[in-house]
Design a protein around this ligand. Sequence first.
Ligand code: HEC
Ligand code: HEC
Ligand code: HEC
Ligand code: HEC
Ligand code: HEC
Length: 201
Amino acid sequence: MAAALVIVASLCGVRAVRGQTFLILAAGAEPGAGPGVPPDSSVFTPAHRSFLDAVKEYFGIQSTPVQPIAFTHKIHLQNGLQCTNCHAGVTQGPNAGYPSITFCMACHQAIAADKPEIKKLTAYAANGQEPPWQRVYWFYPTAHVRFQHAPHIRNDIACEQCHGDLAQQTVAVKTKNLNMNFCLTCHKAKGVSVDCMTCHY
Ligand code: HEC
Ligand code: HEC
Ligand code: HEC
Ligand code: HEC
Ligand code: HEC
């Protein structure tokens, strides 16, 4: 049944493909394929792993990330570290970046080495792995947003304006909804380009 539909779809041409994909998905959901498992087809790749993912994206829902280590911004900022010590990319280009585990271990080889969270960190280091930090601020790829840190930092826009006060956070928490209106309000106020292509590709 699925194979027949693939042939029908390919005969119907590009414009019909979207509708046909749904039929093939339904056909694929026969015995064997569990809920949300896309049909085994290299031609029709559904954009979402599951129907739930598609619904979440439609409503712009992002789940709260769970970090591999209970990192704390508060304590490190109290100990005099600066944002740019750990997120060195902000002044140079699009991405802020994350500190390497080598940087963490320069202190934690000795500091708090007996604490459970630091033991987890040490274990990653021993395996030559970076902790798999989960993204907190991000856009769905379908929004095609292009963001760059460097021009904002050069113009003295504080991290806090977009990320809230990290000195009050342990792991980073999404305190601001960086939606299009948020970006546009400031761009308009500061006379920065609001051309669609400034932020979209
Ligand atoms: C004008 C708003 C804005 C300012 C100011 C800003 N950020 Fe961001 N930041 C963002 C957005 C938007 C994203 C998500 C970008 C994406 O997914 O493409 C992000 C992502 C990040 C990330 C994770 C992804 C990455 O880029 O590596 C880190 C870390 C980060 N910001 C740190 C900082 C720090 C530190 C500062 C201050 C020095 C700062 N940001 C200032 C808007 C801002
Ligand atoms: C410049 C030194 C320094 C660097 C670099 C550093 N830390 Fe720390 N870290 C500290 C100090 C000091 C404390 C507080 C220790 C205490 O309370 O006994 C701390 C505390 C912690 C704690 C809390 C431990 C606990 O359970 O009480 C975690 C988790 C942690 N650091 C993770 C990291 C990670 C991950 C990195 C790299 C991204 C990192 N640290 C980089 C100095 C550093
Ligand atoms: C000692 C290193 C360290 C310092 C100093 C530090 N950060 Fe972080 N930051 C991290 C680590 C590790 C993560 C990943 C874990 C998490 O999300 O909290 C992170 C995550 C973030 C994120 C979430 C990135 C994402 O995935 O979207 C933002 C935003 C951020 N930091 C901003 C800041 C700002 C602003 C400052 C200064 C006020 C700062 N950080 C200082 C280590 C640091
Ligand atoms: C608080 C003010 C403010 C906010 C919020 C803000 N911007 Fe900006 N943005 C600026 C300023 C100032 C510049 C620098 C313009 C320059 O250098 O001429 C800039 C520059 C940019 C540039 C580079 C433009 C170029 O010509 O190279 C991009 C891309 C951009 N912003 C995207 C965004 C996006 C996406 C958001 C929302 C996630 C955002 N901005 C939020 C103030 C802001
Ligand atoms: C200053 C930056 C900026 C400018 C300029 C801008 N956008 Fe956006 N736009 C964004 C951001 C950021 C998002 C993502 C918001 C989110 O995910 O909540 C977005 C989302 C969108 C979306 C929704 C996409 C989706 O799938 O969620 C559309 C459509 C859109 N923009 C169209 C436009 C058009 C058309 C223009 C020009 C008239 C424009 N934008 C100018 C920043 C900008």
